[in-house]
Ligand binder design. Sequence first.
Ligand SMILES: Nc1nc2c(ncn2[C@@H]2O[C@H](COP(=O)(O)OP(=O)(O)OP(=O)(O)O)[C@@H](O)[C@H]2O)c(=O)[nH]1
Ligand SMILES: [Mg+2]
Length: 224
Amino acid sequence: MPISEYKLCVFGSGGVGKSCLTMQFVQGIFMPKYDPTIEDVYKKTVEIDEKQYSLEILDTAGTEEFSAMRDLYVKNGQGFVLVYSITSQATFNDLNEFYGRIMRIKDTELHGQPPLILVGNKSDLEDERVVGREVGQALARKWKSSFLETSAKDRANVNEIFFDLVRQINRSPNIASSRSQTKHTTHENASTSKARMLSNLPSKNQSDSQKHFRKPRSGKCIVL
Ligand SMILES: Nc1nc2c(ncn2[C@@H]2O[C@H](COP(=O)(O)OP(=O)(O)OP(=O)(O)O)[C@@H](O)[C@H]2O)c(=O)[nH]1
Ligand SMILES: [Mg+2]
């Protein structure tokens, strides 16, 4: 069965939970300790709507000093996750710049809007909420994007982010037909489930369908 390979990028300010959301999705773990990202790439094979996908997820740096590669990420990316924290108005406001940059680089006038999802993370911290759900919904309506509130800590709506993005890519004729690469695999899929992980192994025992590459400060990627 052919397997589609999609490249997804996760953007947003420092500390909003980009890495935690990605790690929850790929490895099923939550990291309480904050470790600012330079650049991490995760790979995961999933089954969505009875089809297999190899997802390459680029977890980017929220901190400005590490942001030089962002334009290249946008160029290569097929779907985008824009994350803010519901506990920080500044992180919500910051997304305008990320959005504007994606729209410019993707040349939306020519190619239409790329698949995009707006994510309000840390929904478990309701007591500290400063960005209302309806405010997030309104921005998503303006951007014509999907919207989810999530908690990486409680694993709430985490898979839904990536499944939604894959479905958007599939609906986007430019991308799904011309830019996704396919390769052949021997996996036979008899499942009727709509969307499920093909692997969810602990991080010490990563299979080929679940890899994590971390960019060290020297600039090369290594497999952990
Ligand atoms: N309560 C709560 N804390 C979270 C959640 N997601 C992330 N955090 C915490 O927020 C801090 C930052 O999370 P990260 O995932 O490292 O944030 P980031 O967006 O990747 O940050 P940069 O890599 O610097 O851009 C960490 O201490 C996490 O434990 C969440 O859903 N709920
Ligand atoms: Mg990070």
